[in-house]
Design a binder for this molecule. Structure first.
Ligand code: DQA
Length: 141
């Protein structure tokens, strides 16, 4: 079974980007971990990251067409992109929202809103890279 793990802006610098918040695991390592966890769960995991909102929207539209389950860390787009809200609304296969940090516990008020949560079957936040494993387990289970 295919699962797409889609990551939004600035997550390509994982490991180097504010490691006190997001940890020291690099994006390449995260991708490798996700593929391994997927394999153990019988999921064919494809991991992608983009800094371009339209690229993510194209992927989500494709996921809707092909009914592919999605694990989504949309980074800051989570908090304000109504195009992302609409893209997530179309999905029929389950969507799991993931954040490395827990946006609800962070001081910036803008992080306390998510356009994804209304469409998500499950939300994992504040568990770092481990959260991606939980998200994949949710989709496998
Ligand atoms: C994030 C949280 C967002 O608020 C932030 O904009 C990110 C990363 C997380 O994984 O904790 O880019 O989605």
């Amino acid at each position: 079974r295919p699962v797409w793990v889609l990551n939004g802006p600035n997550l390509g610098r994982l490991g180097r980007r504010q490691p006190e918040i997001y940890g020291t695991t690099t994006f390449a390592e995260l991708a490798e971990l996700c593929r391994g966890w997927g394999e153990a769960l019988g999921l064919a995991v494809v991991v992608e990251q983009t800094n371009h909102e339209g690229v993510l929207l194209d992927r989500l539209n494709q996921a809707a067409d092909e009914q592919v389950p999605v694990v989504l860390n949309a980074g800051a787009w989570t908090h304000y992109s109504y195009a992302l809200y609409d893209a997530c609304a179309q999905l029929e296969a389950p969507l799991v929202e993931v954040h490395l940090s827990d946006p609800a516990q962070r001081p910036e008020v803008f992080r306390h809103t998510s356009v994804i949560t209304p469409h998500a079957a499950h939300v994992v936040a504040g568990l770092g890279v481990e959260g991606y494993r939980r998200a994949l387990e949710h989709l496998a289970g």
